[in-house]
Ligand binder design. Structure first.
Ligand SMILES: Nc1nc2c(ncn2[C@@H]2O[C@H](COP(=O)(O)OP(=O)(O)OP(=O)(O)O)[C@@H](O)[C@H]2O)c(=O)[nH]1
Ligand SMILES: [Mg+2]
Length: 454
């Protein structure tokens, strides 16, 4: 058990609000709370009851609420007291100082969560899920966080670990009765079972592509030559006037990034400087940024102008896009001014769709958003499904599958007892996700990424 009693501001500690909460966890929590709160003195403070009490400070007394959670029925599994104060920055700091003067130590980042993990209150990836919930900026990110926090992934992992344990047991039996036919049947059985787990993990790994986009948002680059309506398109996608729009070519000189949410998913859209042979120093830098943006995006919106004939400038941009290897939607803008001209052929290697729109009149913008969703996450993707969003989990899954693959390749070539080690390693790799088989250093590294007071 943790010897120190720790304390921290659990709410946002650099802004004023209606209330703020200080959390104290550890053996001395109640004792410390009693020292600083006047009407919290009874020897029978009932757990999970909210008490209206006073906190006495050097310069006055303020009302507050306090609640006690008796170990092990608390977030950390230790004795916990939460003090709900008026949400002033100075007031909260002063009460925190009092907690420290009376025997608590300031918690480090993620220390409450670490205690919860060490006391078996929660698995590692569930706690990471809570952090994802806190940090979520879109509903899809929230769903992914809920899935982790509520154990949807750990359930899958435990199932697979149990199957691996069964396989090891089966091998043990075969080794105890080493008649050849038993070994042969077992080999086939083991191969089949391992293959099933391998496929299962492969499917989980495959969800990480979408998981990354859910977590960070889907990066869209709007590119095209000057004046085709890129900034107008940005504004139409956002549904507010973020970028300056004029009929002067070269209006946008720097990249403008903004986000919008569609179908619960966050899209980060970047309007770029129109790409052309520019002389102006600032414009040249802007164009370089536009080119960099193309490469780092998940999908490109290549905007061309239906009111003008396509020309060499469009073609040059087409070549830049083609060299990027990023999926691209060809957006014919200004369809309200559509001219009856024979369009120059645009050959995009990775064109996934094309669409006619009017950015100015917001025509076909929802259709375009659907295309963006369909050609990044996939038409049938359900944002509430189990998706791997965490790089650490992904690496552990890959490691687990590598070990299974090694086992699969070895079966038939070496005796079954040699395969057991690979299977055990795979079990351990899966255990890294839930935290069962993780080293202290890695654990510390994970928790220090959490916020203070969590
Ligand atoms: N009629 C019509 N005009 C449009 C449409 N979209 C944009 N425009 C006009 O085209 C001009 C250029 O629009 P912008 O959005 O500034 O174009 P841009 O591609 O960002 O231009 P740069 O920033 O210079 O690269 C403006 O006068 C817009 O009002 C459209 O769908 N229909
Ligand atoms: Mg612009």
């Amino acid at each position: 058990m943790n010897k120190d009693t720790i304390c921290a501001i659990a709410t946002s500690n650099n802004s004023i609000a209606g209330i703020s909460i200080i959390r104290i966890s550890g053996e001395k929590s109640l004792e410390i709370a009693k020292k600083i709160l006047t009407k919290f003195q009874s020897s029978e403070i009932k757990p999970r009851y909210m008490y209206l009490t006073d906190v006495v400070l050097e310069n006055g007394t303020d009302k507050c609420l306090a609640v006690y959670f008796k170990a092990p029925y608390s977030f950390t599994g230790e004795d916990v007291v939460e003090i709900h104060l008026h949400g002033g920055i100075k007031l909260t700091e002063m009460v925190l100082k009092k907690c420290i003067e009376n025997g608590a130590r300031l918690a480090t980042r993620g220390e409450f969560s670490k205690q919860a993990f060490l006391n078996g209150k929660s698995s590692l990836e569930s706690l990471e899920g809570v952090i994802d919930i806190i940090n979520a900026e879109s509903e899809a990110e929230l769903s992914a966080g809920y899935n982790l926090a509520n154990g949807k992934l750990s359930q899958e992992l435990y199932n697979m670990q149990n199957k691996l344990t069964d396989i090891i047991a089966e091998i043990d039996v075969a080794l105890d009765y080493p008649e050849e036919d038993i070994e042969y049947t077992t080999e086939n059985q083991v191969k089949k079972s391992l293959q099933e787990i391998y496929d299962n993990i492969t499917n989980l790994i495959a969800t990480s592509k979408n998981g990354k986009m859910l977590k960070n948002g889907i990066n869209i680059a709007i590119v095209g030559k000057p004046n085709v309506g890129k900034s107008s398109l940005l504004n139409a996608l956002l549904n507010f006037d973020r970028a300056i729009v004029t009929d002067i070519a070269g209006t946008t000189r720097d990249s403008i990034e903004e986000s919008f949410e569609y179908k619960n998913v966050k899209f980060n859209v970047c309007d770029t400087a129109g790409i052309r042979d520019a002389q102006d120093k600032v414009e040249i830098i802007g164009i370089d940024r536009a080119i960099a943006q193309i490469k780092s995006s998940n999908i490109i919106l290549f905007v061309v102008d239906l009111s003008r004939e396509l020309d060499e400038e469009d073609k040059k941009i087409m070549e830049i896009i083609n060299s990027s290897n990023v999926n691209c939607i060809l957006v014919y803008n200004k369809n309200d001014l559509k001219q009856d001209i024979k369009p120059m052929q645009i050959e995009l290697n990775k064109k996934v769709a094309e669409i006619e729109i009017s950015a100015k009149n917001a025509e076909n913008i929802t259709k375009l958003k659907d295309l963006l969703y369909d050609f990044t996450l996939g038409k049938d993707f359900d944002t509430s499904s189990l998706t791997i969003t965490n790089e650490r989990h992904l690496q552990a899954l890959k490691e687990a599958n590598q070990n299974i693959l090694q086992a699969l390749n070895a079966i038939g070539k070496v005796s079954l007892d040699c395969v057991v080690l690979d299977i055990k390693n795979s079990w351990n790799s899966l255990g890294k996700i839930t935290g069962k088989t993780i080293t202290d250093e890695v654990l510390d590294a994970i928790f220090t990424k959490f916020c203070l007071g969590k």
